[in-house]
Design a protein around this ligand. Sequence first.
Ligand code: ATP
Length: 332
Amino acid sequence: MRIAVVQGDGIGKEVIPAALEVLDALSLPIEKVPVELGYDKWKKTGYAITEDDLDILKECDCILFGAITTPPDPAYKSVLLTIRKELDLYANIRPIKPIDGIMGITERNDFNFVIVRENTEGMYSGIEEIHEDVAYTKRVVTRKGSERIAEYACKLAKKRQKRLEIVHKSNVLKSDKLFLDICRHTADIHNVEYHDTLVDTMAYNLIAHPNRYDVIVTTNLFGDILSDLAAVLVGGLGLVPSANIGKKHAFFEPVHGSAPDIAGKGIANPIAAILSMKMMLEWYQLTDLARLVQDAIEYTINQNLVTPDLGGKATTNEVGEAIAARVKQLIG
Ligand code: ATP
């Protein structure tokens, strides 16, 4: 097992060491390859990511990633978008399910769904024109891109409750008509029950009726927004992991960003990063170890050892250490 480890910027430098502590507690035969990427690197060298970095990422099985600051500078090319395109990580997977011991602000825990977001095209096509008085971004929806994400979502639905929700805005956006038609057709082929909802209605429904959903498939920007919104159900951004999956590569990262407002204070919640590492274990099909990590997280939360975002006083390191210690205990 060879994993590229990118701490990145801001709290990425705090939550990834905590996730690695938990990973180390599992004593797996893993080679960890540190790769420096991001805004801090850009400030030092003029490059946020180089061709050599991309080669190293491609040579590893997968990537464990913290967070990167993207400054609003047109000369700065997004590292995340570059990696997603270069490694063709077409499926962004965000599981949204309650964590034992924590209530989100809606105070309900009767939901368990996964957002499957197309990750390489849509509004994040990167095809843009900036003029003095007008700027354009081209929204790209292709048959190939839609087919493969629909396929991924249907296969996932078949392993779960076999229900697919297709989220779109095809009443306004012609590009979404193609997306919707392809998702429906793919669901028919896979014999998966499906329903579709406009994205604005979905924003309401996700909070009002989260128990209705199993697998949600949508385009890039809509998925980006809905998954941050859904974090509210779970208890905050510090708790939501994600995976970016391609045919050959995979990339695991917490949903949150570099959080400059709390960076350097040692109070970032490492659970989203640890759960992202847990998704990596699932990708390696180490499901028993993944469950053990989940148990250790829940145990630590129930000991009230949590960071200030969850109302506690513990530091990032203390939470990481406590979860790692529990993992060691459970392994015996
Ligand atoms: P970026 O520009 O890198 O996206 P951001 O601050 O705009 O950073 P996030 O990093 O997602 O976006 O943070 C949004 C809010 O959530 C911030 O107030 C931040 O402090 C809080 N937050 C994010 N992640 C965590 C975490 N792991 N623990 C505690 N608070 C967090």
